[in-house]
Design a protein. Structure first.
Length: 627
């Protein structure tokens, strides 16, 4: 047993150890602040927890650090080893302990969600904020796109946010069965989504058999055109399945895991296979915290990946046995042969490729091999006196014409390069900026009143989009960038700072100012007194060029969005400008016919069938007078 020189709280810990039962369960190590710093499971809690505090000299440096930090221990006794495994996984996700090796967060991966509505929809989402059944995550966007395409070709379902009372254009082109107008019963509609669920679970065999029975039944009834349509669906499914199949379809439902490791990291590749096809795959890098063996890492990683992928498999194919993985939870197949061997080899190739990618990326961002962009970011960190290297930079810009169609754009740069997946567009909502706290106009050196702040469109827009962006990141518990760049002068910087201060977050802010020729000419920062200071940079400096690139990119992005919105607005206005025609009528017509040009091509009878004789005559006369 260790003494007080190693851990001053050892007397309390020793008493606690005497009360721990010799049962399966989960234990938690807590530090002086009561924070959980490690979670583990054990077949025998008494033996496992006591082992941390004996034979101290034989322990690794990281475990010694853990032992010195422990101030209390909590244990939870469970009935079986499987219960301990599941509880450990749950507690690690909940507390994210410092000394546990954890998988990367999957919050940014997309899901497909079948909504919990009377007539469900199939939605693409990255957040679990919609009530419904989720399938995913899909780390490979190609797989997700293929699934969406095949489902859209096979089935008719609604995509509208709100169901109307008459069929829309989607029904006319065969993409929706129009349950809103009673052209498809709820039972038929829900049966469609039962089939969609089967495809998302990878159960192609069952749905193909069902479609074949439907095809034969239609043929017996001499409904040959309908039978041919079903036959076409069967071909599409079989073609998709043949492209996805990598081994014999007798390999019905298995997980496959491969691992590589060195002194600091482990890399894990996970495949989910159904009917010989890979329906889910992910590779993950894990930073070792306590010099764990590969078997110990997989004992935690396999259950986490099994749950994350919503796997229904009862078998996992592995390169070696995992003693701490209960057989009741998953049957382990080690040293497989035949098709199972092919799957393990494929997972091994995946993990080797992923390891090379991670090492290459790390080599590019560390040490002497750092690229020019990273060296520029180091200079930017020094120039702006930032607490950390600005690897993640976000920059905002507003766009409008005399207040019309106000929008804003945000670009995101990672390691000095555009990260377009993180770009965001904002429609300015105006009234949300009303009532904001005072912002400082640095040019005048005096505070702006809330009313003045609201009247200044650029300031109000900047305040609105900054607050919306970072309030959402806080709500979703996503990481903040390392630097917020504002495309504007001192006033815009102070507006952004006021919002950031009100949100109570620590986010450095800098500004990019332009001269009278609309060219970037100044980098601004806040000094220790909250006043703006100019960072001297030469126009020929590479750092200046990087900042100019960011400013030009956000300006291009915001302007493009503004032009798109203005273009869509023009089409709407050409109808609503007709006396007696309101926004709803214009919206219904555009939804039904697609464009003003298509509306102009319709006969008077067609328009009358859509909106009634009075409004039809108004629109028909107006469009043909203009034409």
């Amino acid at each position: 047993m260790i003494d007080a020189s190693v851990n001053p709280n050892i007397e309390h810990i020793a008493l606690r150890l005497k009360t721990i039962p010799e049962s399966p369960g989960v234990y938690q190590h807590l530090d002086a602040d009561g924070k959980v710093i490690y979670v583990g499971k054990a077949r025998n809690l008494q033996r496992r927890v006591s082992s941390y505090f004996s034979h101290y000299d034989d322990k690794s440096a990281k475990i010694k650090m853990l032992v010195r930090s422990v101030r209390d221990i909590r244990v939870t006794v469970v009935a079986t080893e499987v219960d301990a495994l599941l509880l450990e996984n749950s507690l690690i996700k909940r507390y994210q302990p410092r000394y546990n090796s954890m998988l990367k967060d999957d919050k940014t991966y997309p899901y497909l969600c079948i909504t919990d509505e009377e007539y469900p929809r199939l939605l693409y989402t990255r957040r679990h904020t919609i009530k419904g059944q989720y399938f995913g995550p899909y780390p490979d966007g190609r797989i997700l796109r293929q699934l969406q395409d095949i489902i859209r070709q096979l089935f008719q379902y609604r995509t509208c946010d709100h169901m109307g009372k008459r069929p829309c254009m989607k029904h006319q082109i065969g993409l929706c069965g129009a349950p809103c107008a009673g052209k498809q019963s709820r039972e038929e509609y829900l049966a469609t989504f039962d089939n969609i669920r089967r495809i998302l679970r990878g159960d192609f065999g069952e749905i193909v058999d069902q479609l074949k029975q439907q095809m034969y039944s239609l043929a017996d009834q001499l409904r040959f055109e309908e039978a041919e349509a079903v036959k076409h669906k069967i071909r599409q499914l079989e073609e998709y399945q043949s492209r996805s199949t990598v081994v014999d379809t007798n390999v019905r439902d298995v997980d496959v895991v491969a691992i590589l490791g060195d002194e600091s990291y482990a890399w894990v590749s996970f495949l989910r296979v159904k009917h010989g096809a890979i329906i889910y795959s992910i590779s993950n890098e894990i930073k070792k915290q306590l010099d764990e063996s590969e078997a110990e890492i997989l004992a935690t990683a396999v259950p986490a990946l099994h749950e994350q992928s919503q796997s229904t498999a009862t078998e996992v194919i592995l390169p070696f046995a995992i003693p701490d993985l209960p057989a009741e939870y998953l049957k382990q197949t080690v040293e497989p042969r035949g098709d199972r061997r092919k799957l393990l080899d494929l997972a091994q190739r995946n993990v080797e490729s992923y390891q090379r990618q991670c090492r290459h990326q790390r080599a590019l961002t560390q040490g002497d091999a750092a690229p020019q962009a990273v060296r520029l970011l180091e200079r930017l960190q020094k120039a702006l006196q930032l607490p950390r290297l600005p690897m993640e930079i976000e920059c905002f810009d507003n766009s409008n014409i005399q207040g019309a169609y106000p929008v804003a754009g945000m670009v995101h740069f990672t390691a000095g390069k555009p990260n377009r997946n993180e770009y965001r567009k904002f429609n300015i909502q105006g009234e949300r900026a009303k009532g904001k706290a005072e912002a400082t106009d640095a040019r005048k050196g005096s505070p702006l009143s809330p009313s003045t702040f609201h009247l200044n469109d650029d300031y109000a827009s900047m305040a609105e989009v900054v607050e919306r962006r970072y309030r959402r990141l806080l709500d979703e518990q996503k990481p903040l960038p390392d630097l917020l760049l504002v495309d504007g002068g001192e006033g815009q910087m102070h507006v952004a700072k006021e919002v950031i201060d009100r949100l109570g977050i620590d986010l450095p802010i800098a500004g990019l100012a332009k001269n009278e020729h609309h060219r970037t000419n100044e980098l601004l920062r806040f000094d220790a007194h909250g006043e703006t200071a100019v960072v001297q940079l030469k126009p020929t400096d590479q750092l200046f060029h990087l900042l100019e690139q960011i400013q030009n990119e956000v300006h291009r992005f915001a302007i493009t969005f503004h032009k798109d919105k203005r273009s869509r607005g023009t089409f709407r206005t050409s109808l609503t400008d007709i006396a007696g025609i309101g926004e709803k009528t214009a919206h219904d017509l555009l939804l039904r016919f697609g464009s003003v040009k298509q509306i102009q091509l319709q006969t008077l009878d067609d328009l009358t069938a859509a909106i009634g004789p009075a409004k039809a005559r108004l629109i028909y006369d107006a469009l043909h007078e203009e034409g």
